[in-house]
Design a protein around this ligand. Structure first.
Ligand SMILES: *[C@@H]1O[C@H](CO)[C@@H](O)[C@H](O)[C@H]1NC(C)=O
Ligand SMILES: *[C@@H]1O[C@H](CO)[C@@H](O)[C@H](O)[C@H]1NC(C)=O
Ligand SMILES: *[C@@H]1O[C@H](CO)[C@@H](O)[C@H](O)[C@H]1NC(C)=O
Length: 351
């Protein structure tokens, strides 16, 4: 999503992706982060940036640092959000699965939407926390608050986040030579769906004041929900995503729903061009790791149930020893002591 991905990845493109992924995981696994972007020549160390992104990097190093943080959030949040699904977002890390993200599948729709939302989210929050010098708190809302409420605090700067975020994340799709027109339209649309989900996640947050927490007055500001909540919203959209085709509509070719009902694509729906595999079996070509050895839940009736997760192949039980804190005692004053208890639990993995 941060990258220019062609229709069919060449060797060079795969290398490109690999470098990008290596950079992200290296940044992830080592604290303090070894590559701290604080000099313009560091921008050259970031693989996969298109020219306008590299320019943005050189002109605003702090912003770039924030965007790198967003890339890490995307990976983490995607994997958490899809932990109970056959496709669990682990292939986001594997270069040979670049195809899954370049061919316009439902999974790439989700990843583009989440990436766009995450970049803008991270920038908006960085304005609030003072990490970015070129922006600060969002504006105080125009309307007069209800009695007992007053505007205060520091709002998340959604506007700045959206402007700078789309500048960065849409840059690859605005390049002339960036893959097929259909794919570009799809990625741009889904990125916008992600940003719309972010706009919808701007909520009123309040803090209580008053004598001994009586809450007689509340100070309120507009703040963004956490990225994991936005990701859950996008997961729902992923599950009901619409398959589209690239067809002439009026004077230009556009994406329209494949089904017979003739209607334009809706602003809040994720769209995809190509059906995905069922992710049951391992298939490198299709970008599927398969679900062998995945943990499943015997009592669940959802997507993590052993039936669905294992695609009817059955499952193997194993036992796990859990060590937990137990029999905790409070001692006056002020500490707690606990014992360690062991518990055996039965778990299941797909055959
Ligand atoms: C840039 O970041 C590195 C690593 O955090 C630090 O050692 C160095 O002092 C920084 N340079 C400047 C000019 O801030
Ligand atoms: C995702 O699934 C793969 C195999 O399908 C597994 O190896 C990996 O541990 C899973 N990742 C998470 C975060 O559950
Ligand atoms: C399995 O699913 C049930 C029902 O959804 C849930 O209560 C339980 O916590 C799950 N167990 C594990 C190990 O995730």
């Amino acid at each position: 999503p941060f990258l220019l991905i062609p229709n069919r990845p060449s060797k060079k493109m795969t290398l490109y992706w690999l470098l990008h992924v290596c950079f992200c995981s290296r940044a992830l696994s080592h604290t303090p982060v070894s590559l701290h972007i604080n000099q313009t020549h560091h921008c050259k160390l970031l693989p996969g940036l298109v020219s306008s992104q590299a320019q943005l990097c050189r002109s605003n190093l702090e912003l770039m640092q924030t965007i790198i943080a967003a890339a890490r959030e995307v990976k983490k949040t995607c994997q958490k959000t899809f932990a109970d699904m056959r496709w669990n977002c682990s292939s986001i890390d594997i270069p040979r699965f670049v195809l899954l993200f370049s061919t316009g599948t439902r999974e790439s729709a989700f990843v583009y939407a989440l990436s766009a939302a995450a970049i803008s989210h991270t920038i908006a929050r960085a304005c609030t926390s003072g990490d970015l010098r070129l922006c600060s708190c969002g504006p105080i809302p125009g309307e007069i608050p209800e009695p007992g409420y007053r505007w205060g605090g520091c709002a998340d700067n959604l506007h700045y986040g959206l402007v700078m975020g789309s500048k960065f994340s849409d840059a690859p799709m605005k390049m002339k030579k960036a893959g097929s027109h259909a794919n570009k339209l799809m990625h741009l649309h889904n990125s916008e769906v992600g940003r719309q989900a972010l706009r919808d996640a701007l909520v009123m947050k309040c803090k209580c004041h008053g004598v001994s927490g009586s809450c007689s007055i509340r100070t309120c500001w507009r703040g963004l929900q956490d990225l994991k909540d936005i990701a859950m919203d996008l997961k729902t959209k992923y599950l009901s995503a619409t398959k589209v085709v690239h067809r002439p509509m009026g004077t230009r070719k556009q994406l329209v729903p494949k089904d017979i009902d003739i209607r334009p694509v809706r602003e809040n729906e994720l769209v995809y061009l190509q059906s995905s595999p069922d992710f049951c079996a391992k298939n490198d070509k299709l970008g599927s790791i398969g679900t062998q050895d995945r943990q499943c839940n015997k009592t669940s009736i959802g997507s993590d149930s052993c039936d669905l997760m294992c695609c009817g192949r059955g499952y193997n039980p194993y036992t796990e020893k859990l060590v937990e804190r137990c029999h905790c005692k409070y001692h006056w004053c002020c500490y707690v002591t606990c014992k360690k208890c062991e518990r055996i639990v039965e778990r299941y993995v797909c055959k």
